[in-house]
Design a protein around this ligand. Structure first.
Ligand SMILES: [Zn+2]
Length: 392
């Protein structure tokens, strides 16, 4: 049996341990140690990270009271009966302890308000608590969060009891035990009792901060998302960085963000209307100018400004209002229009020339659009001209 130092002293970060067994299988090395500071995970809590004699702990497994550590140490480097040095990734573990204890506190408060916990997920960043019941009001969540913060400020001791099964009735357990052997009961100073095999901080003050981010319906339950301890401070800092950036960009204080953005949205919608208005004149002006400049029936033009829809509208206008055949280009898009299939059958033209001109497109008779594979508007114009001459 491996002595579980993480239960005796959750704050132990380094120890030396004796190698009781060393197994090699498929190039993997597994060490059985006489004692360990590494929590193997379970009850929603993630397994610990750290180093064994300078090498990263790759995986950890508990099997019948024995704790096996997967680590890249050969049989020569860590033989049976030798000593290895264990070093816990403390910031990572401490966050797990904060998070787990904070989750106990939140679950206890939720329970007292008629939301018993069904399951928990203690993640690297977020804490997810699934509860029974209907979607809680945001005001209730704010209230629970404030209540949790009061318990944190009170620095209530977190006590651990090992209790024989027959004595369990002495405790008013929120979370019923699953196993039949000796129970490990985690108590937050007479306020909450639950059977739990995880690792916790010594008093509620160490939880630091709890922030509920929201709640949603999932699989017939309610899932509450929170950030706890170090991650709550990290979250605050992230928001602060975003705040600084937005303050600079919006040139105002965060309390004014909402009205500033509403004002910008109004400006945008006004400018859009204005752009639409001027765009109509731009299309009219450009088509009249092009029609006037070119005596030829064919007008070839590449639109350098405006937007692609303008090119389409100009092509349509040149045919509709001025009786021209128009080939308008915008980037690699083209629009081909004709006032009459007797003058230019756009469908037939595309069908016969698309492959050789490397263009792709389609559309109803009199107006087609598509993409040009290369910048060959001169070649396309010449082909249209030949097509027109063939007709006449
Ligand atoms: Zn726990």
């Amino acid at each position: 049996m491996t002595a579980k130092i993480y239960y005796q002293d959750a704050y132990a970060r380094t120890i030396n341990a004796k190698v009781l067994d060393h197994k090699e299988k498929n190039g993997e090395h597994w060490l059985l140690l006489d004692q360990t500071v590494f929590y193997p995970g379970g009850g929603g809590q993630l397994p610990d990270k750290g180093l064994i004699s300078g090498k990263p702990l790759l995986e950890i497994r508990e099997k019948e009271g024995n704790i096996w550590h997967k680590v890249d140490l050969s049989e020569e480097q860590a033989p049976v009966n030798s000593e290895v040095h264990l070093q816990l990734d403390w910031p990572y573990r401490y966050y797990q302890m904060q998070q787990h204890t904070g989750q106990h506190l939140l679950s206890a408060l939720l329970h007292k308000h008629g939301y018993p916990t069904v399951s928990v997920h203690l993640g690297e960043v977020h804490t997810l608590i699934e509860v029974e019941g209907t979607l809680p009001e945001n005001t209730l969540l704010r209230q629970l969060e404030n209540r949790a913060q009061q318990y944190i400020a009170m620095a209530l001791p977190v006590k651990i009891h090992y209790v024989a099964r027959e004595d369990v009735d002495r405790f008013e357990l929120r979370r019923p035990p699953k196993e039949l052997s000796t129970l490990r009961i985690v108590e937050i100073d007479a306020f909450d009792f639950s059977a739990c095999g995880g690792v916790h901080v010594a008093n509620t003050a160490e939880i630091g901060l709890v922030k509920i981010l929201g709640s949603e319906r999932i699989r017939g339950h309610i899932r509450i998302k929170a950030v706890i301890g170090q991650r709550a401070f990290d979250y605050f800092d992230e928001l602060h960085q975003v705040n600084l950036l937005l303050r600079e960009k919006l040139n105002t204080d965060h309390l004014q963000f909402n009205s500033r953005i509403s004002q910008m949205q109004e400006e945008i919608s006004y400018l859009k209307k204005l752009a639409k208005f001027y765009d109509k004149y731009f299309v009219q002006y450009e088509s009249a100018r092009l029609a006037k400049e070119t005596k030829d029936i064919l007008i070839v033009h590449k639109l350098e400004y405006g937007e692609q829809n303008d090119a389409a509208e100009i092509a349509k206008k040149l045919s509709g209002d001025f009786g021209k055949v128009a080939f308008l280009q915008f980037d690699r898009r083209f629009y081909l229009s004709s006032p009459d299939p007797e003058i230019l059958d756009t469908i037939k033209f595309l069908k016969e020339n698309a492959d050789s001109l490397e263009i792709k497109g389609g559309g109803p008779q009199g107006f087609c659009q598509g993409m040009m594979n290369k910048n060959n508007s001169d070649e396309i114009a010449e082909t249209i001209r030949r097509f027109l001459r063939r007709k006449s």
